[in-house]
Design a protein around this ligand. Sequence first.
Ligand SMILES: *Cc1c(COP(=O)(O)O)cnc(C)c1O
Length: 300
Amino acid sequence: MCLQNKLVLKNIKIQGFYAGWLTENTGIDVLRIDELHPVVSGNKYFKLKYYLLDALQTGCHTVATFGGAYSNHIVAAAFACREYGLNSVGIIRGQKPATPSHTLTQAEGYGMQLQFVSRAHFKNRQPLHQSGNGVYFVGEGGYGALGAKGAAEILQCVPDSQYYTHIVCALGTGTMFAGLVNGSSPHQTVIGISVLKNNFSIADEVKLLINNNNSHGQYNIVHGNHFGGYAKHPPNLIGFMNELWTAHMLPTDIVYTSKAFYALRQMVIEKLIDAGSRVLFVHSGGLQGNASLPAGVLSY
Ligand SMILES: *Cc1c(COP(=O)(O)O)cnc(C)c1O
């Protein structure tokens, strides 16, 4: 049921991963949901799906959502709304830039109407936005129960998800992670790598989205792999990304998946993941974000 939706999505693949540091029968497979769709890349479509269906079912004509000038969520929402026949409004943090980002240009191209609000307003006003008058509000980054419900379907893309003992993903708002936990089974452990610096309140935010029963697996949020902070990409991270590409043909993005994969490697090397484990790494997309790097920095 993975591809049951209104968007035309390419088939996903599971990429086997072999490296010298993978000792003692530990195996990693990479779920390439980054390849689902060129625009609504990776996890964003899954997170949006039930919000958009809810908007249609409640008779709304417009979806409004929030994000920064480089938000993958904003572009994905613009595109997905157009596909669902909904108008879209993007409420963007900060002043309108003299030269709009690639992200914003793309979102406008998909018909999104952009509204710029000051950072202070962005922070204070957001909770006041209640859906009504035909306008349906989706929280920043798609955080919320319906987002997690959609993300739980990511595992339905895997022919035999029960095979895996560990599921590993990057964590921004934690919505995808919560969905993966809800979709997991008791014998599995879901590990989320936070890419924000010292964002310890994420544990509570995630907990609000996790089903209150024992039918899911264990879960664990790992901090300290932010490489200086959200979207920071020092040379050692870039080096790691180029190494993953050259040795394994695995493209990662500077914000989420490179940091998550780096953390996974550390956990395997430090034996924090038991030998013999079968790990599913969710490649959640975001590759379009690498376009903000100068040409030639990445070898792909
Ligand atoms: C948005 C995004 C995430 C974070 O998802 P959350 O549900 O907010 O935790 C992870 N990876 C990529 C590539 C993303 O674009």
